[in-house]
Design a protein around this ligand. Sequence first.
Ligand code: CA
Length: 341
Amino acid sequence: MNDGMKFLSTRAIVLLLIFPSVVQAQKIVIAHRGASGYLPEHTLAAVAMAHAMDADYLEQDIVLTKDAVPVVLHDIHLETVSDVAKRFPDRIRKDGRYYAIDFTLSEIKQLKVTERFDPKDGQPVFAGRFPIWQASFEIPTFEEELQLIQGLNKSTGKDAGIYPEIKKPAWHRQQGQDISRIVVEMLSRYGYKTKTDRVYLQCFDFEEVKRIRNELGYRGKLVQLIAANGSGESSTDYRSLMTREGLQAVAKVADGIGPALQHVVIGPNNNTVKFTDLVSTARKLRLEVHAHTLRADALPAYAKSLEELLHIFFVQAGVDGVFTDHPDQGVAFVRFLSRDP
Ligand code: CA
């Protein structure tokens, strides 16, 4: 009996036979930038911790170095999580920022990584998290992270998936690099090729999502991320993308969407949470919905705890997965949902 079957009691099986519409894919927990609520984001330590916490998928944000090596880093910039300003002060661009693409991998490997902070005042973004500048971390390459996850899968017998995000493909192209082609090739080399492989590839740029599917020949699962218009993630018009027609176009190339919290839940109204029709429209088009980002230490006004927020998203809104900085709590909640009644 496999893990999925174990949860099905006789009563549940009867219910599923009577109400086949309640049959849904297993809810998934995606460790957002690793177990980033507990260790500096995207470090190999945060990845290993998220794996030990039984997250279903581990997320990687990917940007390129000057020598075209994919590294796991949330921003195209370096100064919000590393000591780049101290170590390479003369490499600053006119806009006051340090870009990963201006540094070779060997230079990037010299940087010390820490908990995310505001470069203006040096203060951590999340005050209660891992102490800033404590211990020793570096920026991993995408390949190092794939090797770590596949190694952990072997040594633990688990099958944690990966959830890589191609960051700013249009910007990378302006800098002379085709990030999507490099990432898709590496995924293929590590066995992430088809829809049965444990991978979701994600991107905010709809033009690029279409290109990944139609031109680059990627056949694994693909997720169109959704942000607020004007957020700077891409030139995609998310407002029109979230209409029924927009989502129909998404469903032609992608397997799911990754909306932000506010695209699913309309804030508190007389203590009643209200929902957009995004999840129901997506479901009709057979698009999975993975919402971002649930954090125990940065809750929206309508939730008093991460557990309550998980309930609102998984049970009330009916999303298929969540990105969370606290994957242990997400996993505990999904296990609770899946228990025998
Ligand atoms: Ca991401």
